[in-house]
Design a protein around this ligand. Sequence first.
Ligand SMILES: Nc1ncnc2c1ncn2[C@@H]1O[C@H](COP(=O)(O)OP(=O)(O)O)[C@@H](O)[C@H]1O
Ligand SMILES: O=C(CO)[C@@H](O)[C@H](O)COP(=O)(O)O
Length: 495
Amino acid sequence: MPANAVVIGVDSSTQSTKAAFTDAETGRLLAVGRAPHRVSGAGGARETDPEGWWAALAEAVAAGLKELDGLGVTAPAVTGIAVAGQQHGLVVLDRAGTPLRPALLWNDTRSAPQAASLTEALGGRDAWTARTGSVPVASMTATKWQWLRENEPAVADAAAAVRLPHDFLTERLAGVAATDPGDASGTCWYSTATGAYDPVLLDLVGLDAALLPPVAPTGGTRVGSLTAAAAERLGLPAGIAVAAGTGDNMAAAVGLGLGGAGLLDHPVLSLGTSGTVFAATRTRPASAALAGFAAADGTYLPLACTLNCTLAVDKVASLLGLDREAAEAGGEVVLLPYLDGERTPDLPGASGLLTGLRHTTTRQQILGAAYEGAAVTVLRALDEVLRACGQDPAAPDTAARPLRLVGGGAMGRHWVETVRRLSGRPLLIPSSGELVALGAAALAAAAATGEDAVALATGWGAGSGKELPAVERDVEAWERVSSVLGRASGSLLGW
Ligand SMILES: Nc1ncnc2c1ncn2[C@@H]1O[C@H](COP(=O)(O)OP(=O)(O)O)[C@@H](O)[C@H]1O
Ligand SMILES: O=C(CO)[C@@H](O)[C@H](O)COP(=O)(O)O
């Protein structure tokens, strides 16, 4: 790697693209360019035009280059690029690589009926986890493809290529089709047991394997070089290394130095559009209670994901006319903010539920209850993630491991306070707010040098930050929310 080499890690998530220009030697974040995404759709629909992601990537890179220019660093210093993308989305392309329709996103719940019928068709939940590590809920790509076949057969028939969001962007960069085990493991047609696409599952959903990209060994594998056309569009040097990239949660793990060459079995909570809990581990997960993903580096990433986290809480704040930090804990009110339906628990048709209002209830308490509802919903899966790592959640050494907090919400005071109070665990808040982009930057550096991405990120110390000691767990608030969640009737939650 030349001295002063720069690598670009791209985080193409639900709401925005961030391009992190990173010193390849030290991991120092030199500049971050950003550009928003447009998500459309009412009811259960959530769609984004993949061309919008490509335009946002170009805009974010341009903004980053402008910022770099101020530091006296120029584009020729860039030696590699990798994309980490929102997981699961279905991108269908024609022969020229043009999207045939907007992408169906991970939080589009219209394929819930297909998820149920596919689960049954293979012989139930355990039959799926034995092959893929996961049960096909509405987020998974296979259910979206099945929805497309049933609802827009002409589009499905015309598809010349099927991609995940990050694969689509990698192909725009390198001109070659490629994916990685991490993001592939969220499709439900890739087997974490064999490390390959599963012919039985492809047959079940009528998908020709030739439409899918080859799976690179790791997210940090160099799959190609930046094409002349992409270089011109982005203002970057042609020929620089393009990594396979991965899913956004897998990239956050890399950025935190979690994986085979780093720390294993340390839990993470990500607070973004989705709430996720996960850990990198060596044992292949196969519990129906979790998504049993692969990590980007050959290890595994047992994970639970909720559909309603920061965006849902921000919506409640705006309905109440409050700043997101104006929340208060306390009172009897419980709010399950399932504005987008829910995935964990699997209630795709759910809507929000507010209960326990009194004359004394304040707007601030209602907002506090939205944080609590979102936090309890995702934290309920933490013990299952730890068990998938072979840990006893109650054991003192497990309880002493800090819960790493990432995603946009980790920058919020009330989010941190709520998670600390409800988990009763020590927290680690990394000083960088861009762990997904930094993880992608480590994949880019790995592709440029041939080194291991997790080892590189560990050397960068990207995951280090402020540790907050545990506070006594607020069992009363936990029980208040859990008991409403346990008792709420189907009709109240709308499924
Ligand atoms: N300073 C902040 N305090 C609390 N929340 C924040 C702050 N900044 C951003 N957020 C939250 O972060 C979310 C975006 O996080 P991010 O992880 O980038 O989402 P995604 O990956 O889903 O696109 C927004 O919905 C917003 O609520
Ligand atoms: O579906 C999942 C994980 O299985 C989500 O975590 C998506 O990967 C979207 O992530 P964010 O936009 O919330 O970062």
